[in-house]
Design a protein around this ligand. Structure first.
Ligand SMILES: [Zn+2]
Length: 268
């Protein structure tokens, strides 16, 4: 990626933060932010061997799927990365689906989406002002894992992502980075976070199941209008641990299929 492209991506990430009215150092809730941007956000625990995230354009919807079996800080990164694919790579006329199994792929699109996520979650100005104003310009040679844990909590990122971003911004050098990596191995991130009363949830998987309310309303509407069979309704509800009996609906047989099913199939 050349410098011009880097700067373009940085500008797009800045405009996304502005659109979501982010004024804090980090983004408090990336899932809500993505919805604010107009994406349909679906979170589901697919397990650890499954994809981490997808970016999809389906009909008129732009969808972000994230696997909530990942620890929260990684899931947050996935959503930021998928927003990147939507902003940079997907289009109604061209590519409409990108599946991510890991974020170590060196393809051009993957490098760009990772760069976008880093700019979105940890913009250079915000990182610099945090170091100046909150860490009181502490010399990096004196940094410990606790400083990284503070950065993690404020920016809602993983310990590793914080280190990688600080290194790429030229704030950490190799020697300090190695020292901080070792410290993490010795103490584990959640213990570091506990010491500073930071966000320990960042180290756990949420296993959240969440589908936009409009989808379920739409499926129920279609069922009530006899446009979809009960099995499609069941499949959609099963996705969020609901049963047809949980809803007060009539139970007639329906024939036709519809597109929520297709969407679920894309997830499989
Ligand atoms: Zn990707």
């Amino acid at each position: 990626m050349n410098r011009k492209r880097q700067l373009d991506i940085e500008k797009i990430a800045d405009s996304v933060r502005a659109e979501c009215k982010v004024t804090d150092y980090g983004i408090q809730n990336i899932f809500e932010a993505a919805e604010k941007l107009g994406y349909r956000v679906i979170r589901y625990p697919l397990g650890n061997d499954a994809p981490l995230g997808f970016a999809i354009i389906k009909n008129a919807d732009r969808i972000i799927f994230s696997n909530s079996s990942s620890i929260l800080s990684r899931e947050i990164f996935s959503v930021a990365h998928e927003i990147g694919h939507h902003k940079l790579h997907l289009s109604e006329q061209g590519l409409t689906l990108i599946k991510d199994y890991d974020f170590n792929n060196r393809d051009e699109y993957e490098v760009e989406a990772n760069y976008f996520a880093a700019c979105l979650l940890m913009p250079v100005e915000k990182v610099n002002s945090f170091i100046r104003l909150e860490l009181n310009e502490k010399s990096i040679n004196k940094w410990t894992g606790l400083d990284i844990a503070r950065i993690q909590t404020v920016f809602n990122v993983s310990y590793d992502m914080a280190l990688i971003r600080l290194k790429s911004l030229g704030i950490l050098n190799d020697a300090v980075m190695e020292k901080l990596k070792l410290e993490k191995m010795e103490k584990t991130t959640s213990r570091l976070l506990k010491v500073i009363n930071g966000n320990i949830d960042l180290c756990k998987a949420t296993e959240v199941k969440r589908v936009p309310a409009e989808y379920l309303e739409w499926v129920i509407f279609n069922y009530n209008e006899k446009l979809i069979p009960i099995k499609s309704l069941e499949a959609a509800l099963n996705y969020v641990d609901l049963k047809v009996e949980d809803l007060d609906l009539s139970q007639e047989e329906r024939e036709e299929d519809e597109s929520f099913d297709d969407l679920l199939r894309v997830m499989d």
